[in-house]
Write a protein that binds this ligand. Sequence first.
Ligand code: NAD
Ligand code: TYD
Length: 362
Amino acid sequence: MSAAPTTSPSPILVTGGAGFIGSNFIRAWLAQETSPVVNLDKLTYAGNLDNLGDLPPTRLEFVHGDIGDVRLVKSLLARVRPRAIVNFAAETHVDRSIHGPDDFIATNVVGTFRLLECARDYWQRLDAAEKPAFRILHVSTDEVYGTLSAQDAAFNEANAFRPNSPYAASKAASDHLMRAWHHTYGLPILTTNCSNNYGPYQFPEKLIPLMIHNALAGTALPVYGDGLQVRDWLHVEDHCEAIRVVLRGGRPAETYNIGGNSEKANIDVVHAICDALDGEHPRGDGRSYRSQIAFVKDRPGHDRRYAIDAAKMRTELGWSPKETFESGLLKTIRWYLANQPWTERVISGAYRDWIHTNYSAR
Ligand code: NAD
Ligand code: TYD
């Protein structure tokens, strides 16, 4: 394969770029980098082109399709000739994976495998100048490591995988495929394992946007079990910056843990949301949004605690998060208050059916 006769920088291929983190990543990328982006997305319930509507079409091409569609992905790679692939495409909601794991296996395991095979074929045909620079960055989660007790040290990159939910198992499988495709075929893979993200454009099925939406709608704030499960929260813009840093300077075959150093119990997160909303957008009756909190039946197999040791990101690549949980949460709440039509648009009929499935039996 010979180099394309162009002076403009080679594009990157982003998969799943119409979702929460992918759309934030593309926004930050186009603001800070020169290469254009091609976004391959299946547009599942979680993919929303509204998230990218204000970005310049001259630097962002959208392709509708599945990472598991070998014919489509092969021809896309041959046409676009990306210098990197950043793989966000996945089914991502733990509760959905409990009610229906099939889509998680289809996309996160089989889809990732097919994407990898297409990438291998493409990479093997690159010429001697292009080949060493090519990267595949696979975006994964801390949930592959399983759960921690209160006394355990935070997850580092040497922790064994002990996934507990169908979602976590499917992501762990995809991480293993990435590892094996490097080890066996030499494919230049980078993998990131990140803690819970929050921020603008997050689908209101995940804890923080769900609580903001329900609070404003005047409905119950459903806290699972005792609400003492701990997550390590990271603002999405910090995650996106970390991914760019790994893509630029990470060593192929290495995995990088990314976290916010911000462990919070779920009930404390919900209290913080209620208190911020009480200040920013008080209820009409003068009561606190805390009055809407309802403890409901726990998630089966609910992991107790996640925590990330991000020392490798800090020492090797000089990355650390810029937002504190408090500053990031306030920014996020203000975004959701200013963008209520966005939330209304993504809450389709299908989403309402899901709410009924997940919450009515609790
Ligand atoms: P999301 O659910 O908001 O978006 C997923 C996107 O992938 C959607 O646009 C969807 O249409 C697309 N997609 C799904 N199946 C596809 C397929 N077969 N082919 C092409 N596109 C497909 O997810 P998110 O929260 O933005 O997460 C992105 C990635 O980051 C995922 O791989 C997830 O495992 C990982 N991650 C998420 C978090 C988090 O807190 N949200 C934390 C760590 C890692
Ligand atoms: P979630 O946002 O689904 O992310 P994950 O399961 O990947 O960590 O949930 C975050 C935490 O919040 C998790 O411990 C489950 C809990 N949770 C609730 O208590 N109530 C809810 O309605 C939801 C969606 C989550």
